[in-house]
Design a protein around this ligand. Structure first.
Ligand code: ATP
Ligand code: MG
Length: 268
């Protein structure tokens, strides 16, 4: 870049992101597969290990991280250009468009450029401080939000792809893998969520693992279907906070460990 031509917001964004050691975006080809659930539990588990963690809700149309963490009524403090994230734990802070304070049930119509501007503003202006991890929850697909994140955060440590066990997992995940490869972002791996367990059965299991194999990316593990995941999300407590030793809890913790191992391998 020619000296003196830098856009001040771009410089601020880069400086803000440079203070974060690992940046992980959680993505999926299809909606409703458990991205926000995985993002919330991943961020929570990291924060419980005394790591400094930020959780950014990049889902502008359907921001549901605040519901999952019981902070829907919290509002940002700070100024227009210094947004203080919402503190959930001393090691976990969250920023979502829902915390700006629009009417909760109002359908927001955001055009592409507005979404892009809002996400860039979050990346530049949320005062995270020094973080070990920033987890970014994205809306389904590879639209404006994912693209902005992928283009603006350099370098992005990697993306985690969430899918469900059915055979369409391959089709769904391929889009996210292609997206990552176009933007030259590493794929940390695929998670198969809502898998059958001895206790609960619905969608089968194995599609996510097969998709990972065929797409040549790591398989991070499966998370069992567990109806308590829904009640946890609705009551604002991460599943891992209450059920760390249930099947799905143990599986989630294993996945978190694999993600940490990956990140340390990239940048000790
Ligand atoms: N392992 C699981 N077992 C049972 N229910 C689950 C599981 N994982 C997620 N859910 C539930 O499935 C629903 C969708 O999950 P979530 O909101 O995390 O998906 P999402 O991919 O973020 O959706 P969207 O694409 O709309 O952002 C939620 O009600 C959540 O509680
Ligand atoms: Mg979501």
């Amino acid at each position: 870049m020619i000296k003196g031509r830098e856009n001040p917001q771009d410089t601020k964004l880069q400086e803000n992101m440079d203070r974060v050691r690992y940046k992980i975006a959680v993505m999926s080809g299809k909606g409703g597969v458990g991205k926000s659930t995985v993002s919330t539990n991943l961020a929570w588990a990291l924060a419980m290990q005394d790591l400094q963690v930020g959780l950014l809700d990049a889902d502008i149309h359907g921001p549901n991280l605040p519901t999952m963490l019981g902070i829907t009524e919290e509002r940002f403090t700070g100024t227009d250009h210094e947004i203080e994230p919402i503190e959930v734990l001393s090691t976990l802070r969250v920023a979502s468009v829902a915390n700006i304070g629009y009417e909760r049930d109002a359908a927001l119509i955001w055009r592409g450029p507005m979404k892009l501007a809002l996400i860039k503003q979050f990346l530049a202006d949320v005062v995270w401080g020094d973080l070990d991890y920033l987890v970014l929850d994205t809306p389904p697909g590879t639209g404006d939000e994912a693209l902005t994140i992928g283009q603006e955060i350099k370098p992005m440590t990697g993306i985690v792809i969430v899918t469900t066990p059915q055979d369409v997992a391959l089709l769904d995940s391929r889009k996210s893998v292609d997206f990552a490869s176009k933007l030259k972002i590493p794929v940390i791996g695929i998670i198969e969520n809502m898998a059958d367990s001895d206790e609960f059965k619905m969608f089968g299991s194995g599609g996510g693992e097969r998709a990972a194999e065929e797409l040549g990316v790591p398989f991070l593990g499966r998370v069992a279907l567990d109806p308590r995941m829904v009640t946890s999300g609705d009551t604002g407590r991460p599943f891992l906070a209450d059920y760390p030793d249930e099947v799905a809890g143990t599986q989630l913790r294993g996945i978190v460990d694999r993600i940490i191992t990956y990140c340390k391998g990239v940048n000790g």
